[in-house]
Design a protein around this ligand. Sequence first.
Ligand code: HSE
Length: 299
Amino acid sequence: MVYVRVPATSANMGPGFDSLGIALGMYNTLKISEIDSGIVVYNNSKEYIPIGEKNLVYRAICRVFDEVGYEKKGIKIIQNSDIPVTRGLGSSSACIIGGMLAANVFSGRKLSYSQILNLAAEFEGHPDNVTPALFGGFCVAATENGKTVYTSNKLDPKLKAAIMVPDFFLSTKASRGALPDDVPLADASYNISRASLLTSALINGKYDDLKPCVSDKLHQDIRKENVPHFDEIMEKSYEMGAKATYLSGSGPTIVSLISENYDEFEKNMSEFLETLDSKFSIKICSIDNVGAILKECAD
Ligand code: HSE
């Protein structure tokens, strides 16, 4: 049996569309075994996941088996996940990375972690969630000719993420579909400067400079239309001491980066969120600097 623990992720981080992401201390824990035939999925998580061939962990396993030419037997998956699904917290990437890492063990460890990353980025469509899910920390990633080039940077444990999760879903596919195919040069330039600044400020611990670094002109203004009270929540978060607040991935979760007074921030924001006519929950997460963990165990 293979035990895999994969972190949730928060991608884009404002201006880093399809390229920046952090791993969060919130996990999908999977126990995966080869069995004689068929597919068996036990879901011990709160949220619905498909239990047949459409199961994402299973599809990721099959993708690796196809890649390395391994003849598939049956698969048993036991999933315990704390990651909210379809909320912009990388739940799909955690399933893809978990399935691919396990499949690589079953098929004789033919793929390196870089090759798994390439396969996962292609499977997911972009590298900004799968890279931190695999390597942890704050990741910068770009895919060039099918290869994902990345850096994974450990962040100071002082920096934490306040995750504000609404009680409705937003599919990445629909959320991407709302974006324009072309953007003005001035907007592209605006984002390049902010994404570069954000990278440098995070790595150098310049948290007081983060607020202008998470401004974006490529996706957030369009996507926030689907997130009630986005502007109010952002404004309140800064009043309460957030260093940076942005839409996580394609939304609808909103993330604030904070570096002190964590309990106070959670309490104050929670009280504020309760006054809204949409339901949001708040959780403070550490940044995961480790990435996916894999262990082979006896069944
Ligand atoms: N970069 C992706 C997007 C993240 O914004 O659509 C969602 O998986």
